[in-house]
Design a protein around this ligand. Structure first.
Ligand code: PEP
Ligand code: MN
Length: 360
């Protein structure tokens, strides 16, 4: 697949002067719930109502969705509010039912994108339709797998395509439910600038309090839209309760978010500058995070040295580290002088840390 302007045609057709907003509950629960949320989202920046009908659960025993019955509620919500609708499809039968109920946009869930067989089955099922397909990133951080899924739809003749960034799972528990790994969508955006890129802050965050900052980062990176889980009573939602926000909170967020998308030469310059600065900020965050992690291990070594009565400074080891990093630096086009400066500073901080541990 090549980057083509036509990929974003469906998005441009919305004629919006702000990023596309898709909102609605994690799961459709009852007819009243779907309709109430849809009405609360009507006349806001939201253009598309989302609701999961079939829920892929990591472990059995959780709410697995109301099933096809919920599609009628989505249809009714569309009739009453004029919002377009979207739901997740995970097999050909889901596609068939969603098409019968006139769902406008189908999204492919993160647990489906990992499986080329299922993606192909779904691509075959939507062949010949003019549906919009949004492909969530796979649960594992693999750009080729993500793109591969998009390509299966493209090859099936679907040109109304987009991707949803919902973060990547990690074994290590972090601040996020799913690590954003911003570099992956940034790389994708560089290769396919016209493939609409939508952020799902809800599944990245897994909690409410950082949804706003995730959305702001995405807008600074020039994302085309947001998909936010929204419920009138988030705490009592049947799935993903911790991460849902109310339609009113979403509305306030869309007002407070700074949208940097503007036209004109100077604006274009500022836009590009901002995007690149945001990329640098994200890398700087990672550098600090890695340095922090490095120092934690250094502290543990300090404790071990203390227990075994070994001196802090071990010249042979230090020279090995330095030699290895100078070579690494060369691969990354960093001068020896620069690498030496950085590593001397890191080494000094490590010694300070170990002194502290040893004297405790
Ligand atoms: C969802 O959007 O509710 C969902 C299940 O998402 P994901 O596939 O990203 O986990
Ligand atoms: Mn969810």
């Amino acid at each position: 697949m090549e980057n083509k302007k036509e990929l974003r045609g469906w998005l441009d057709a919305f004629g919006l002067d702000h990023p596309l907003v898709i909102a609605g509950p994690c799961s459709a629960e009852t007819e009243e719930q779907v309709l109430k949320i849809a009405h609360q989202l009507k006349n806001t920046d939201t253009s598309v109502l989302r609701a999961g009908i079939w829920k892929p659960r990591t472990r059995p025993g959780n709410f697995e969705g109301v099933g096809a019955l919920g599609l009628k509620w989505l249809q009714k919500a569309k009739e009453e509010t004029g919002l377009l609708t979207t739901t997740e499809v995970a097999n050909a039968n889901h596609v068939d039912l969603a098409l019968k109920h006139d769902v406008d946009i189908l999204w492919i869930g993160a647990r489906t994108t990992v499986s080329p067989f299922i993606v192909q089955e779904i691509a075959d099922a939507v062949k010949g339709t003019d549906k919009i397909i949004l492909v969530k990133n796979p649960v594992n951080p693999d750009l080729a797998l993500w793109l591969g899924a998009v390509e299966r739809f493209y090859e099936a003749g679907i040109t109304k395509l987009g991707v949803i960034h919902r973060g990547f799972s990690t074994y290590e528990k972090t601040r996020y439910r799913n690590n954003p790994e911003w570099q992956i969508p940034i790389d994708l955006q560089n290769s396919f600038p016209d493939l609409p890129l939508i952020l799902d802050p809800s599944h990245i965050a897994g909690r409410r309090d950082i949804i706003f900052e995730l959305c702001q980062t995405a807008l600074d990176l020039n994302y085309d839209g947001l998909m936010v889980e929204t419920h009138f009573d988030p705490d009592n939602a049947w799935s993903d309760a911790k991460q849902q926000i109310t339609p009113a909170t979403l509305e306030k967020m869309t007002v407070d978010l700074k949208i940097r998308k503007v036209e004109g030469d100077e604006a274009e310059f500022n836009n590009q500058l901002n995007t690149m600065r945001t990329q640098i900020d994200l890398i700087d965050d990672q550098i600090m995070d890695m340095l922090g992690k490095r120092m934690k291990i250094v502290d543990n070594i300090g404790a071990l040295k203390k227990k075994n009565n070994v001196a802090i400074l071990q010249v042979k080891r230090w020279n090995e580290v330095l030699g290895r990093m100078i070579l690494e630096g060369e691969h990354n086009k960093l001068s020896e002088e620069f690498v030496l400066k950085i590593y001397k500073a890191i080494h000094q901080e490590s010694i300070n840390h170990q002194k502290k541990v040893i004297n405790e």
